[in-house]
Design a protein around this ligand. Structure first.
Ligand code: AHR
Length: 505
């Protein structure tokens, strides 16, 4: 057994949690849209073709915002193809994923689906093959009330009321050599600035995110953000970050180090953004949109990325997640919550089938992958202010990160309900952890509401169509609350949620 301590104080607040950090992502890629969220003819499909089983699981997962329509797909997308009568919509080659895009699902269908599952939309504009002109028209089509050709076209398509989409991404991963019409930082920074200007002229209430580096490992990492923000600092609110965790050393201990690298990544981008602010003598602070993150390394071969013959909705990157993947994702959620002062939106990429927490079979069932659970716990329980965690834990040395504490934790306190929630990972693989938590100034008459653990003795255990509940949360009976302190026993390699409530504050 190892021992760790976690101390928080009501007065030591990182920030109010922006619940838009619990976003996901729907891209026209593989089977995310077609046979994922949309499958007319499926036994559970509603009259619009939306799979009800997937909608139910999405509600249970609880994302707050969903990014759409891509991803790399975005850089070749004509938004006009996906609106209006379905029988008139063109079939197009999707150059990002070597697929045929039927355009049977588009902006208006996505907005109906988003409304039905209760999520905010986060849209992207194509800055690959297209530019400011299409972007301003897209905003006008979506958000302008009436009285212009495009707003009236939306009305003719059955949507008289504007969609009022607030959050817009200026392109996707524009530094990536794989991107359709990749740009240099100078080219992209200028384009992002001019696009942002015209989009805001159409609708000054929108929020805009510029593309950061595609990954932490890009050769131009850091320099890219600096140059891009040098151009568009005044016109954007967010810079994006993307990361896909890999188990490069085939070692769970090493894999866990990705969580600490994510924290470093966030802090480095904050430093770059603030250095641009300093150069400009500006007190404005650019916020971070971690709008693609997940584990992704098993289904990443060329065969996973493209299928011959321009198929419709092929099976692409259908990563099957295991228990250790769920733990890493839990750690990522903890990291983003602990950086709540700057990370204000984030999207687990993606939602269904394509590196998704939800899997489906065409005409068949839908089920929860292992990574579903930490995300669903965070969306359900994390409300209020994130408190600064003081962590006293033994640690280990690894190649991915020099010093990795076995305890990884975040504490979120909700003044309104009196609930203080602890999210914690025990990263030790063979020892239980005795965790002593001090919740200072948060009320002494405290009780335990719920204690949940996600644990499996096999780090490689997965949930599949035929065995969908192999990895599932259970009650942790080893948690005691006494006054301001909580003592818990956390199993080796486990994700834990401890919900406590004070009645005297
Ligand atoms: O999420 C899969 C792909 O990964 C996205 O299309 C792209 O933005 C990223 O490289």
């Amino acid at each position: 057994m190892i021992s760790s301590r976690l101390i928080v104080d009501r007065d030591f607040v990182i920030s109010e949690l922006d619940r838009r950090v619990f976003g996901t992502f729907v891209e026209h890629m593989g089977r995310c849209v077609y046979t994922g969220i949309y499958e007319p003819g499926h036994p559970t499909a509603d009259e619009r073709g939306f799979r009800r089983d997937v909608m139910e699981l999405t509600r249970e997962l609880g994302p707050t915002i969903v990014r759409y329509p891509g991803g790399n797909f975005l850089s070749g997308y004509n938004w006009e193809d996906g609106v209006g009568p379905k029988d008139k919509r063109p079939r197009r080659l999707d150059l990002a994923w070597y697929s045929t895009e039927t355009n049977q699902f588009g902006t208006n269908e996505f907005m109906q689906w988003a409304q039905e599952v209760g999520v905010e939309p986060m849209f992207g504009v194509n800055l690959g093959t297209r530019g400011p002109d299409e972007a301003r028209h897209f905003v006008e089509y979506c958000n302008h009330p009436y009285g212009t050709a495009l707003s009236e076209l939306r009305g003719e398509h059955g949507f008289a009321k504007p969609h009022d989409i607030k959050f817009w991404c200026l392109g996707n991963e524009m530094d990536g050599p794989w991107q359709i019409c990749r740009k240099t930082a100078e080219e992209y920074g200028r384009t992002a600035l001019e696009t942002a200007k015209v989009m805001r002229m159409v609708d000054p209430t929108i929020t805009l995110a510029a593309c950061g580096s595609s990954t932490h490992d890009m050769p131009t990492y850091g320099e890219w953000e600096d140059t891009v923000l040098e151009h568009c600092f005044d016109q954007v609110d967010f810079i994006s970050l993307h990361t896909y965790f890999e188990n490069k050393h085939d070692s769970t201990e090493e894999f866990f180090g990705n969580i600490d690298v994510m924290d470093l990544f966030i802090k480095e981008i904050v430093a770059v953004a603030d250095s641009v602010a300093a150069r400009k003598h500006s007190q404005k602070r650019i916020m971070l949109s971690f709008d693609e993150w997940n584990v992704w390394y098993k289904a990443r071969s060329i065969d996973d990325l493209r299928k011959p013959g321009w198929p419709e909705a092929p099976r692409l990157i259908e990563e099957v997640y295991n228990h250790e993947d769920a733990l890493v994702n839990g750690g990522a959620l903890i990291t983003m919550m602990n950086n709540a002062d700057r990370v204000k939106t984030a999207c687990l990429a993606q939602l269904v089938n394509v590196i998704g927490p939800i899997m489906t079979e065409p005409g068949g069932p839908a089920w929860r992958q292992t990574i579903f659970y930490p995300f669903a716990h965070a969306t359900r329980f994390a409300h209020g202010k994130v408190l600064r965690p003081v962590i006293d834990s033994p640690s280990y040395e690894a190649k991915t990160f020099p010093e990795i504490p076995y305890l990884c934790a975040s504490v979120v306190d909700d003044e309104a309900s009196g609930q203080t929630v602890i999210f914690a990972l025990n990263r030790h693989l063979s020892e239980d952890m005795e965790l002593k938590i001090e919740l200072r100034s948060l009320g002494k008459d405290r009780s335990l509401v719920e204690a949940i653990e996600l644990h499996h003795t096999n780090m490689k255990a997965t949930n599949t169509k035929d065995a969908p509940n192999t990895v599932a949360p259970a009650k942790n009976a080893n948690v005691k609350v006494e006054g301001e302190s909580v003592v818990a026993k956390l199993k080796p390699g486990s994700w834990n949620v401890i919900v406590t409530k004070a009645s005297d504050r």
